[in-house]
Design a protein around this ligand. Structure first.
Ligand code: MG
Length: 370
């Protein structure tokens, strides 16, 4: 049962190359499955989320983060009677354009591209992957995803203007994406804020007293758990508090989005697109709590000396490899050498490096750099 404002697959703008219908999977479900079967998706396993594997084998990587986002997205979309197949496809694809070494890797690639008056943007890179890089079908390059999935890749987390991004003009840049896509960015935040705290605690980077002081939503959750299970192991109490926070944020997102849609008077998916603002949102109180969580992670986990040291080393490796391939384009794999005949060298090098896993990049450094 879909809400009237959900994205109905029968109203999809379809694929770039028309294909016959599948007998029992709708187009968004097929898109989800194509993403899962793509090479770029498998490579997420060996890309850093926050902690490199140096810390522990059971911390999140970009693949397990992605699965957590998909799980929360399905729950939130289902509770709102939105299209869960579309939401799941969008969640699974949302980080597919991420380069090695998390945000630090992305920033460094961007910095290098700016030397040439260009930039690196993981959403646009994701679009490039699903349109060009993935080559496993006989009849087309890329995954031939539906319009709404490609649109969601571009628009889930930010707005692009047609004047600056003319190459994206087909994606209705003057409209919001469907609610299924609007949710993804907020669900992503719920997933990584709670997961990064969890991994940060495991890595002994989180001080419980400090966390309670700076993040009231945690203090409340912890007090409640501690009151009922005072003598339980701290790690289990911490888990229970985190689960409670995740639940509070997801529930708030569901309820507040539902409220915002009702208030807006939106009757269908088109009204959602044309509304003055995005309608997927937290309440002000929970948005603030989410912000406090984020601030705590920035101040105490992401900027922790051991994380920073790891990050600096990774970024330096990425940077050195970028310079190496710029100077020696003949050392690129053959298909990239061919690409370099039609495209600027820095763009080819950037795309090649962006596709690498952390490990592959480090191995390349060992093999190629003096
Ligand atoms: Mg993400």
């Amino acid at each position: 049962m879909l809400a009237a404002y959900a994205m109905d697959v029968r109203h999809s703008r379809g694929r770039r190359y028309p294909e016959p219908r599948h007998p029992y999977r709708n187009d968004y479900a097929r898109d989800r499955d194509r993403v899962i079967h793509s090479r770029a998706f498998r490579r997420l396993e060996a890309k850093t989320q926050v902690f490199t594997t140096r810390y522990s084998d059971h911390f999140r990587n970009r693949l397990t983060h992605t699965l957590e986002v998909a799980q929360v997205a399905r729950t939130v979309a289902g509770a709102l009677q939105l299209n869960t197949d579309l939401a799941e496809a969008l969640a699974l694809v949302h980080d597919i354009g991420h380069p090695p070494f998390g945000h630090a890797g992305e920033k460094q690639l961007d910095r290098r591209m700016r030397e040439f008056g260009e930039n690196f943007d993981h959403n646009l890179h994701a679009l490039y992957i699903v349109e060009q890089f993935e080559q496993s079908y006989l009849d087309f390059t890329g995954l031939n995803l539906t319009f709404e999935v490609r649109e969601g890749i571009v628009k889930h987390s930010r707005t692009y203007t047609a004047s600056t991004f003319s190459q994206l003009s087909e994606y209705l840049l003057d409209q919001h994406p469907p609610l299924e896509a609007q949710l993804i960015d907020l669900v992503d935040e719920i997933a990584y804020n709670t997961a990064d705290l969890d991994d940060g605690f495991e890595a002994h980077l989180v001080d419980l007293e400090q966390l309670s002081e700076e993040v009231p939503i945690f203090a409340e959750a912890w007090a409640e758990v501690d009151c009922r299970h005072h003598s339980a192991k701290p790690k289990l109490k911490f888990n229970a508090a985190l689960k409670h926070i995740l639940d509070l944020l997801a529930t708030d997102l569901i309820e507040n989005t539902n409220f915002a849609v009702k208030q807006s008077g939106a009757k269908n998916a088109r009204d959602i697109r044309e509304h003055a603002s995005r309608l997927a949102r937290f309440s002000d109180a929970r948005a603030e709590a989410n912000h406090e969580l984020k601030r705590f992670l920035f101040n105490h986990v992401y900027s922790h000396p051991s994380i920073v040291e790891d990050r600096d080393r990774s970024v330096a490796a990425l940077d050195a490899l970028f310079s190496f391939f710029l100077d020696h384009p003949d050392r690129l794999p053959r298909q990239y050498v061919e690409l370099a005949a039609h495209e600027p060298g820095h763009r080819v090098v950037c795309d090649y490096i962006a596709g690498m896993t952390d490990d592959f990049l480090l191995r390349q450094c060992q093999e190629l750099l003096p």
